[in-house]
Design a binder for this molecule. Structure first.
Ligand code: BTN
Length: 253
């Protein structure tokens, strides 16, 4: 069914018609020794998880609900680079289909300023060693407007809403996994440099003012780009350059 043209990614595919969250299944599988490159894919999730403990709406057969298990030999503090890498993978796939996506830091994929896809990375590490990383990819594909949850603050969209046609989910998964494998090889061989450049090409509001909300405070800064380690580079309240590792970004419309 899947028809992948990858070498290692997706050699094992765990497919569920319905599950709580492919992230749950991935953690279980990884703890039971699942190989680097194992994929978990679901037609429907009943407890899809987003970043920052948010729920992720994952209706049956309308989108891509997928988790990738990888076991890279990099230091744990570099794991955010892989999340940013995955964002460029999704952006490249959409770009190759004639869509103009943007990436909102750290890893929301936007089309016309609405969110079409998100990434949730979870890591299991001991001291300075990564046991495994689970990269969860959620993409709204064939949703019509009424299939999406009403959400005033966070505008969600789908490929169908943005392009007025329906998309082959299996084909998209093939393209994403192939692009992931190629980009990952570049990352392992050459490091983050190409990925950082590519991310910044897609970066939403680089050079412009953004609102940064951390757990402690909220301020307006200028979005300068991303750092080597994947942090957001912005200005603090005094106008000095600072690095942000976890925050919500907003902008004026
Ligand atoms: C976000 O933008 O908040 C991240 C959303 C990630 C959703 C995907 S869908 C597949 C995987 N399983 C989950 O429960 N979450 C991720």
């Amino acid at each position: 069914k899947w028809g992948l043209d990858t070498e290692w990614l997706g050699n094992t595919i765990i497919h569920k018609e319905q599950t709580t969250s492919t992230q749950h299944i991935a953690h279980q599988a990884a703890q039971n020794g699942a190989a680097h490159g194992t994929i978990i894919v679901a037609d429907e999730q009943t407890q899809g998880k987003g970043r920052l403990q948010r729920p992720w709406h994952s209706a049956k057969n309308l989108g891509i609900w997928l988790s990738i298990i990888i076991r890279p030999s990099i230091l744990p503090y570099l794991a955010p680079q892989l999340t940013l890498m995955t964002a460029t993978v999704l952006a490249d796939v959409l770009h190759n289909k004639g869509i103009e996506p943007k990436i909102k830091w750290p890893n929301d994929i936007l089309i016309n300023q609405s969110k079409v896809a998100g990434i949730l990375t979870e890591m299991q590490a001991e001291q300075d060693q990564i046991q495994y990383i689970v990269i969860g990819i959620g993409m709204n594909v064939n949703h019509k407007q009424h299939d999406l949850p009403e959400d005033v603050n966070r505008k969600a969209t789908s490929l169908t809403i943005e392009t007025n046609k329906s998309w082959d989910i299996n084909k998209l998964i093939q393209d994403i996994l192939k692009q992931f494998e190629d980009t990952y090889a570049d990352y392992i061989d050459n490091g983050f440099i190409d990925i950082k450049k590519n991310w910044e090409n897609y970066g939403f509001r680089i050079g412009k003012p953004i609102y940064i909300s951390t757990l402690k405070e909220k301020w307006a800064g200028k979005f300068l780009g991303i750092a080597e380690d994947g942090a957001l580079l912005t200005t603090d309240k005094n106008g000095d350059t600072c690095k942000i590792y976890s925050a919500d970004i907003d902008w004026l419309v």
